[in-house]
Write a protein that binds this ligand. Structure first.
Ligand code: PAF
Length: 281
């Protein structure tokens, strides 16, 4: 497994991996890897990548005062071992100065799907995500990039950005990997106390119940309000529980025949849990 820490060596390595028409897959990460990340490597291969790279970069541009950049978990040695075990061909580990050299002055602003939800909760977050993902795509020349559906809004923002900027990359969406009790895997789950960890799966249970009622033509506003009330009763502080159009994230007051998604964000103690599930028409 090759490890690159500067752009010239990354470009040379990706050019070699893309030789003989081989397609390169990229899994962008911020490290603290879990099985959900490793599933992305397999998904990139299944989508046609003959070689797979992962990037590990805790992107300062996507953190703001509400997030804690310093607290973000880091485990470079553990991550490299996991990637090696998963058959990763190349790891891009840029220092901050390689990603944002002094004088960097360009950012990418994606309107549309960045609006609302995480865009409201974390102002500037999607500007940082779109900017770093555009840079990662261009730096690596990857043909395929795999993103988890767990961060549904991020997935839509990245898709929109790649389409709008004509970056020739296929974005492969990979279903959320869950713990056996249904909790969506996340690097932040490690900050849950034992009691919070026991409560955390309630979020997914409530979401499944809400989706069942909506699919059976229940009144959307009422079922969402009841879902939030159940979350509060279980000890969560919900930020939102919303029915949206799957691609544009336009909030929906009633069920449609176009693809829909139920989005949720709720704090449990100091940890903010995010989840989403498809809503059948
Ligand atoms: O989902 C993440 O880990 C990050 O937002 C990403 C896509 C790697 C960009 O920094």
């Amino acid at each position: 497994m090759l490890i690159c820490r500067d752009l010239p060596s990354l470009r040379a390595a990706t050019a070699a991996l893309r030789g003989n028409g081989r397609r390169l897959g990229l899994v962008p990460t911020m490290g603290a890897l879990h099985d959900g990340h490793l599933a992305l490597l397999g998904a990139a291969r299944a989508a046609g990548a003959g070689a797979v790279a992962a990037s590990i970069f805790v992107n300062p541009l996507q953190f703001n005062a509400n997030d804690d950049l310093a607290r973000y978990p880091r485990d470079e040695t553990g991550d490299l071992n996991k990637l090696r075990g998963a058959g990763c061909d190349l790891v891009w580990l840029p220092p901050v100065e390689a990603m944002y050299p002094p004088g960097s002055a360009s950012v990418i602003e994606v309107a549309g799907p960045s609006k609302g939800f995480e865009g409201d909760a974390r102002p500037g977050h999607f500007r940082g995500v779109a900017t770093v993902c555009a840079k990662l795509f261009l730096q690596s020349s990857a043909d395929i990039a795999a993103f988890g559906e767990k961060d549904w809004q991020q997935l839509q923002v990245v898709r929109r950005m790649a389409r709008d900027l004509d970056i020739p990359i296929h974005i492969e969406a990979v279903p959320t990997i869950r713990e056996v009790d249904g909790l969506a895997m996340s690097s932040r789950n490690r900050f849950l106390s034992a009691a919070e960890r026991a409560t955390a799966p309630v979020l997914y249970q409530v979401m499944q119940d809400v989706v069942r009622v909506i699919a059976a033509d229940g009144a959307v506003a009422q079922v969402l309000a009841e879902g939030e009330a159940r979350l509060i009763a279980a000890g969560f502080a919900p930020d939102y529980l919303a029915l949206v159009a799957a691609e544009t994230l336009e909030p929906l007051q009633q069920k449609t025949t176009a693809p829909m998604r139920l989005l949720a964000a709720a704090r449990l103690g100091a940890v903010r849990l995010l989840d989403n599930i498809a809503v059948p028409a």
